[in-house]
Write a protein that binds this ligand. Sequence first.
Ligand code: DX5
Ligand code: ZN
Length: 230
Amino acid sequence: MMDRQIRIAPSILSADFADFGREIRAIEDQGADWVHVDVMDGHFVPNLTFGPQAVKAFRRHVTTVMDVHLMIAPVDPWIAAYAEAGADVLTAHLEAGPHVHRTLQAISAAGMKAGLALNPGTPAEAAAPLLDVADMVCVMTVNPGFGGQGFLDMTPKLRALRAMIGDRPVLIEVDGGVDPANAARLAAAGADVLVAGSAVFRGGSAEAPAAYGRNIRALREAAAGALAPA
Ligand code: DX5
Ligand code: ZN
């Protein structure tokens, strides 16, 4: 477990909404491992972002991994559209409907990696019956809906999930309020993928992207420090 590779996934929720193509190219040039795309429906969460047509347009600019986080309910009627849009990973919330096991199977059947997101109020144990049909568990460290919120410490949940997953090929992603001050703790507790919106985009722009690079490196170095052999 000590050689776990940490992936940094900037959330374009913090990008310039009038310039997604350039913003995506900028974060990838500056070292992003994945591109995290937050889809909100104004119903499951109290905010609205974009839908499959926009996500399909983002795809043309993504050369790494397009990680699509659905904060929508219901999910199932939209799975085909996000496959068509080119999502590599499609994450649905456990809380979004009564049949999340079916949803995860449908995401896999549509040719994408299936992610399962857990709100802060949902215990790790709720994911136990789903770990054989998920490729990733996304632990929310804010209540979903907005970027720039305060970090909620879910370290015990991360440790519990890491233990429950065992040697299954299931990644753990952490999403919300991630910054260089908590990245080490998250990596040590079992995170593989760190999503960060404000902590990546602050201080930079598509015209002046060097700050994105510094911010990504700061996260990566903080996380790697926690995994380095003593
Ligand atoms: C929250 C989103 C997150 C968010 C992260 O609902 O799922 O991906 O954009 O933004 P920060 O890092 O600013 O909390
Ligand atoms: Zn997200």
